[in-house]
Design a protein around this ligand. Structure first.
Ligand code: AMP
Ligand code: ZN
Ligand code: FE
Ligand code: FE
Length: 283
């Protein structure tokens, strides 16, 4: 069977809309043979479904670790195949999850000051129990209130990174996240680094400094990268011999991204496995 590897998906353990089990059945339907569940700052979904993955499908342990540069730029770091019991990494993600709550209260406060009828309770009502809270939940609350009709509209009007209501989440620096993932035996791949559609992005010089800090790979095949951004990134990974991944960044019905719309080559997956030393079990 040909391999179809999607290394970037979300469940409702963060801001996706499918439960981990629903996601698993959609992965089967989509003919994907291997997928990483990469919820923001959480591996709760992996714990939920690791015991029920059908034969022929492999579930990869992963997380999308929120980071912030010293000049407050948001960066997402994918971690794969780390030790799921590594205290330093798990504690760091837990701390970010707590910080995200205070951050949400502050964003909602700003919206209220601008006269927008929304409360933190409205937002909490959209979050599954124990899940990592994020702006998409606030978008869902705005939909329920009739303020917007879909998540995309909420981001365009109120929640995008250049908006006056935007507050970054208090989280480790990318260098720190790389260190945490690698010390836990995992592989660190920067998610959609040049996705300029999303807002201000890191420079190639800064990306080079992350390579020096131990970055293993770059997620190039992602819908938010333009052709020219892909080209620039490909030149860079060739120069430094980095891994290349692709993934859908599927969020259920919260985003247009379809499962398997971007994939990772088998040879790259094999290199990830060679590098990883943290995760010993099967799926
Ligand atoms: P946060 O983690 O709170 O900073 O929110 C970032 C999340 O919002 C990311 O996971 C994105 O997938 C999601 N997001 C960003 N822009 C949009 C959009 N236009 N429509 C739907 N989701 C979005
Ligand atoms: Zn997300
Ligand atoms: Fe991301
Ligand atoms: Fe993502």
């Amino acid at each position: 069977m040909t391999s179809r590897i999607d290394l970037h998906t979300h469940s409702n353990e963060s801001d996706g809309t499918d439960t981990p089990l629903e996601l698993l059945s959609k992965v089967v339907e989509a003919g994907i043979t291997r997928f990483a569940l990469t919820d923001h700052d959480s591996i709760a979904g992996w714990h939920q479904i690791r015991g029920v993955v059908p034969t022929g499908i492999e579930l990869v342990l992963g997380a999308e670790v929120s980071c912030q540069t010293i000049d407050a730029l948001s960066v997402h770091m994918l971690g794969f195949l780390f030790n799921p019991e590594n205290a330093a990494l798990i504690d760091s993600m837990n701390e970010t999850r707590v910080n995200r709550i205070t951050r949400m209260e502050r964003i909602v406060g700003r919206l209220q000051e601008a006269g927008i009828d929304i409360s933190v309770e409205d937002v909490y009502a959209e979050v599954s129990e124990g899940a990592t809270i994020g702006r998409p939940h606030l978008a869902d609350a705005m939909i329920r209130k009739g303020l917007v009709s879909e998540r995309g509209e909420a981001f365009e009007k109120f929640l995008h990174n250049r908006s006056k209501f935007y507050i970054p989440d208090a989280s480790p620096t990318p260098e720190e996240a790389i260190r945490l993932i690698k010390e836990a035996g995992g592989v660190a791949v920067i998610a959609h680094p040049f996705a300029s559609l999303r807002g201000r992005i890191i420079s190639s010089e800064y990306l080079e400094s992350l390579i020096e800090a131990g970055l293993d790979g770059v997620e190039i095949y992602h819908r938010d990268h333009s052709e020219s951004e892909r080209g620039e990134l490909l030149a860079l990974v060739r120069r430094y011999g980095l891994l290349v991944t692709g993934g859908s960044d599927y969020h259920g019905h919260g985003k247009v991204n379809r499962l398997g719309e971007n994939l990772t080559e088998l040879s790259q997956w094999e290199k990830i496995c060679e590098r990883a030393s943290g995760y010993q079990g099967g799926s």
